[in-house]
Design a protein around this ligand. Structure first.
Ligand code: C2O
Ligand code: CU
Length: 464
């Protein structure tokens, strides 16, 4: 299947080159600018990313926010490739700060993972070429791994799609990058000194953003487009906020979750609203109701049960589809054994230092003071995570994916199924994950509340 698809791509690429569009064979994804593939080789997608400064309007007509952006846009351009293609990202740093790019969810070589423990950060004026062949298809994202609490909030974040060669074609494939920004009147970012609240809970924004457009506040309005009645769409969604757990809901349609953190599920499921912790991706299949005027994607917030924030409104019009769910090729998923050859313990906790500052820890130590966790690669492994502080922590592991075995001793249900790289610890809970650690290397494991990670809740997992 893969070879066939690449063959087709090769067949198309000559025509495509004539028209100047070398990635014409890739399915179109709505909602974001697309990074142009500048390499005519059908097996390679080469894009150029430059981090620099620009301004956006998020708070008012005469108000500007100075942001840090990839290729001048927040979020950055969509990077897309067909599964099996090599991706090369030629990166230039035009910021005044050092930075890296991490490819969240991709199981690639650790030298290309964009973490400062392996890669010297790219200095202002410097450049670096990331090259990798993503082994998995699905919805991913990218962001810096240097002072990410500031760099991601200021706008350095972007989406990535690795297309399945054998996926069905939806009426529309859309990507929604959901974020919140913490902005003063007039549009400037609040400073990044991390007061006590931010140290405790992470930075919560006051302006919700969808694909770089404010959807709340004085000039907030939802993204808009048309959708066809009864015609199934694929909606990819990522939560790029520093700290805010969201839920997503869809009105005016039948919808179900078809992929979590990239990987397509063997059994898509329906829920009343879908939990979207930071870092997490969800792919929804959405079939607009025949008699609906609009279909709406909404953000709902924990502890704010009355409100729904519309982030996308699709006017239902045009030729009707057949209303049937598409059949999605599920990602291969290792069977979870009863017992595993290896167990890894992870305890998430924190304390107040004598200065009053909060220190967040993994296995008792903040990052830098603690020892790396060492595990055998290609070995059936349970990762047992316990949260002892009574706080939420979206636990993220680089370079591997995992499945959830149990939550507080209860076997995972269908809404907890799938191959993931991020799992929301809710506080005072214990979760058992299963992984085969099939990608050797040195990998970060951390809380994706970016302030927690900066304040120590990060460790290194060495997979031998
Ligand atoms: Cu999304 Cu260590 O990162
Ligand atoms: Cu945390």
């Amino acid at each position: 299947m893969l070879l066939l698809a690449l063959g087709l791509l090769a067949g198309c690429s000559d025509d495509a080159q004539d028209s100047g569009i070398v990635d014409a064979a890739l399915p179109a994804v709505w909602g974001l600018p697309v990074a142009e593939d500048v390499d005519p080789d059908p097996d390679v997608v080469e894009v150029h990313l430059t981090a620099g400064f620009t301004t956006v309007q998020w708070t008012g007509d005469q108000e500007w926010t100075d942001v840090w952006a990839y290729n001048g846009s927040v979020p950055g351009p969509l990077i897309q490739a067909m599964q099996g293609q090599q991706v090369r990202v030629v990166f230039d740093n035009q910021l005044e700060d050092e930075t890296t790019i991490h490819w969240h969810g991709l199981r690639i070589d650790d030298e290309m993972d964009g973490v400062p423990m392996i890669q010297d950060p790219v200095q202002p004026g410097g450049s670096f070429t990331y090259a990798f062949t993503p082994p998995d298809s699905g919805s991913f994202w990218y962001h810096p791994h240097v002072r990410s609490n500031e760099q991601v909030e200021r706008g350095l974040q972007g989406a990535m799609v690795i297309h399945e060669p054998d996926a069905p074609t939806p009426a529309r494939d859309r990507y929604f990058v959901l974020d919140d920004a913490y902005l003063r009147n007039g549009g400037a970012f609040y400073n990044f000194t991390m007061d006590h609240m931010e140290q405790m809970h992470g930075r919560f924004g006051n302006t919700l953003l969808a694909n770089g457009q404010a959807v709340t506040g004085d000039i907030g309005q939802p993204l808009t487009d048309t959708v066809r009645p009864q015609a199934p769409e694929r909606w990819r969604i990522v939560n790029t906020a520093n700290a805010r757990t969201m839920y997503v809901d869809v009105e005016g349609a039948s919808w179900r979750v078809i992929a979590v953190d990239g990987a397509l599920l063997a059994e898509p499921y329906t829920v009343s609203k879908a939990l979207l912790p930071v870092g997490r991706r969800l792919d929804l299949e959405v079939i607009p109701d025949a008699d609906a005027a609009t279909v709406e994607l909404q953000i709902k917030l924990p502890g704010d049960t009355g409100n729904a924030y519309p982030v996308f409104q699709g006017t239902v019009e045009g030729e009707a589809g057949d209303g049937a769910w598409l059949s999605w090729p599920a990602a291969d998923k290792p069977a979870i054994p009863q017992t595993a050859a290896q167990e890894v313990e992870v305890v998430l906790d924190g304390y107040a230092a004598s200065s009053g500052d909060i220190v967040w820890t993994v296995n008792g130590q903040p990052y830098g003071d603690g020892e790396a966790i060492v595990a055998q690669g290609n070995t059936p492994t349970f990762i047992r995570i316990r949260e002892d502080a009574g706080f939420e922590h979206p636990f993220h592991l680089h370079g591997q994916y995992f499945q959830v075995v149990s939550v507080d001793g209860e076997p995972a249900d269908e809404t907890q199924a799938g191959l993931m790289d991020t799992w929301l610890m809710e506080g005072l809970d214990e979760v058992v994950l299963y992984t085969e650690l099939d990608n050797p290397g040195r990998w970060m494991a951390h809380c994706h509340i970016l302030e927690h990670a900066e304040l120590g809740m990060m460790t290194e997992l060495v997979v031998e």
